[in-house]
Design a protein around this ligand. Sequence first.
Ligand code: SF4
Length: 766
Amino acid sequence: MQSRDQLKTYKGAAGGWGALKSCAQVLWRTTNPVTGAYTVSKSNQPDGFDCPGCAWGDPEHGSSFEFCENGVKAVAWEATDKRVTPAFFAKHSVRDLLRFSDMELESAGRLTQPMRYNPVSGHYEAVSWAKAFEDIGKHLKALDSPDEALFYTSGRTSNEAAYLYQLFGRVFGTNNFPDCSNMCHEASGVALGASIGIGKGTVRLEDFEKAEAIFVFGQNPGTNHPRMLTSLREAHERGARIVAVNPLKERGLERFSDPKNKLEMLTGGSRPIATSYFTPKLGGDMAMLRGMAKAIFAWDAERILQNGTIDRAFIAEHTNGFEDYEAAVEQTTWSHIEEQSGLTKQQIEDAALIYVQSSATIFTWAMGITQHAHSVVTIRELANLLLLRGNIGKEGAGACPVRGHSNVQGDRTVGINEQPPSWFLDNLEKLYPFKAPRSHGLNTVQAIEAMRDGTAKVFIGMGGNFARATPDTAVVEKALRNCALTVNIATKLNRGHLITGKASYILPCLGRTEFDEQASGRQLVSVEDSMSMVHGSAGINPPASEHLLSEPAIVAGIAKATVGSELVDWDSLIANYDDIRVLIEKTVPGFAGYNERVRVPRGFYLGNSAAQRKWKTHSGRAEFCAAALPAQTVYQRTLASKEPTFTLQTIRSHDQYNTTVYAMNDRYRGVKGLRHVVFMCEADMERLGLVKGDLVDMRTVSEDGQERVARRFVIAPFEIPVGCVASYYPETNVLVPLYARGEGSYTPTSKSIPVTITRSEPAQTA
Ligand code: SF4
């Protein structure tokens, strides 16, 4: 089949029959459809488990169907009947497995036993838990410094496992806790911390029912937070303005057919989502926001609205730095704003008018905002606009960075942080008589550099697919292979497990859907969503294998073998996770009565100081940020290049969750059976003399002289601004240099990579 036949413009709405069909297909492919459907039905239910997908919130009075198409994929993927046993590894060497695609590796099924890599045979071989823990402990104890070890966390890890993991690492003596949020919302944490004194969103799910306007920046909820479409649609239907700001015209932001709406399903109907859609250039969001502020200040001076367009009472009572900000806005020229944003003054004024006509506005955002060099000041500009109209600490208003992983926010809350606040370490030292490490640890990019340079020798991964989720694939793979030991705790096999250190272990853990039996009986774990709601999660299925251990039990096993049990009685904490929650309660504010409150259906609200207009900043007030716009974005720099150069953003397909590829399709973007695809607008295709289906190579315009190339990608026409292109990760992470990171966040700038695009050489025929 010609590639071009696999690219057809999608005409339907998001959701609808397409979603149901896709759910049925994944259940059919992976599980016994009956037990699979039953498992899915318990997703996000008070007597069930938390969906291992994204971190969108659960409605207080949720229905019995609180899941979306991608939630079904995540659950079915974990609850699969397929198994990866020692026999599988005996049949396939690591070299063989490296030829499998990401999807083929994960499709193979659930890991069943602890495996140790044998460099002589080149195969993973079964090993006992005791032997694995003992050997891992030996490696850790043999290090010259605890800072030669890295404890990586993916956002699927529960609060209980994450707290135990950080306790072990700190008793061991390091703050090296790189985690997946370093690559996603780190800039949100840094920016909001500086602006409003807390690095989390200030809104609750109920606020979406009261907002008069909701701006969705750099986010594709139709794929990455699908249940958010329900909140947006309901808001639209009650007259709220829904403003989408995204370079890509995403179907989920245009039309949604609710699978729970019988009439719509019968008639094939759907409802619009966005009332306005703005498509700035990649990296142009800050300029758009600065332009909105410029219009608002001008209108305030002209008093176009009776009460003005700026909430001066709020500003006087609660903020700092307003005058400096006003001056910065004044000094920013419209020509700079228009060129950088790629939007006209009129378009930006249209957006600003929607904003000032609303008395309660929510800003939501995701990776399209956080993965640029200037993301921290962009998010501070989001906060500036919210502060200008007092839209923080007010019903129906506030900041909402929507997290991509079910517990990435919770992990940070309970201590997965390479820069822990001193109060956290003080509280740990009150619980256990030890000296907690005080020097800051390594984040994800720094961890890669340390492994590359040999200053880190042991990598332990709690979930995730480090080698595929991180930038500069060739560098990362070499860095991991440089390690004395790599350990991956996981439910399913992935490519990261095949990039081995000198010694390597795969430790299979229980999934979120499975019950976790410990000495005191079945255990409950807990997670925190993007709205700071903490809720319990209890598996409902028997474990995929009798050999599996829970994440907390695996941490305890490694900890006992490394630091012993003199200081911390790991076994008693494993026997009953209530005791871990008691420790969390004594370490982190907001968790009082944790064990009682976590058992309340739908859990409890952790609270948010900024939502109470208590500003935990250095000044005790909300802080405006008077940063100037970047002189030039990557996009603007590409305009000056002699040869055609594009700004690439890496994205997910609709059949993908982080690095997990469920299928080779991307329904809403009209892609079938392809992963090596690059989306480009018709005007750029014409400029390059390319047509749909042509094969091209993408090459990074590298500053370090390193060649970074991704070959034979299929050109797919798509509505995207001129000069901007998009392609899937992890396949294009090879193009993202390690040095390309956010100022103040260290987040890889995966949304703005300068690349050249040339026609691929014809395939060599034998
Ligand atoms: S919106 Fe997110 S949390 Fe909710 S069911 Fe879908 S993937 Fe799971």
